[in-house]
Design a protein around this ligand. Structure first.
Ligand code: ZN
Length: 86
C-alpha cells in the first residue's frame, strides 16, 4: 500500500512540475516575442544612397552635394567635376 501511495505522489509531483515548466516556458516565450513584435519599422525607411560622380564613393543623399543634376561627396569634387571613368 505504501508503494502505491509513493507512486501516486511521484506521478502527481511530476505532472505538477511539468505544468509549472510549461507555464514558465510559455511566459518566457511571450516575453521574448514582445520585443520582436515591437516596432522595427519605426526606424524609418533606409535613405537612398547616391554615388559621387568624381570618386565614385556612395553616401546618403542628405550628405551628398547636388550640383548640375549630379551628386558629389564634397564641394571640392563638385568643383573638380566628373572624373573620367577607368
Ligand atoms: Zn567624391
Amino acid at each position: 500500500m505504501g508503494k502505491i501511495l509513493f507512486w501516486t505522489v511521484v506521478i502527481i509531483g511530476v505532472l505538477f512540475i511539468t505544468r509549472l515548466i510549461a507555464h514558465y516556458a510559455a511566459k518566457r516565450q511571450t516575453k521574448i516575442d514582445k520585443p520582436k513584435t515591437g516596432k522595427p519599422e519605426s526606424l524609418g525607411k533606409p535613405e537612398e544612397m547616391v554615388r559621387c560622380a568624381n570618386c565614385g564613393v556612395y553616401m546618403p543623399r542628405s550628405d551628398a552635394v547636388k550640383q548640375n543634376e549630379q551628386f558629389w561627396c564634397s564641394t571640392e569634387h563638385a568643383k573638380a567635376g566628373v572624373k573620367e571613368q577607368r
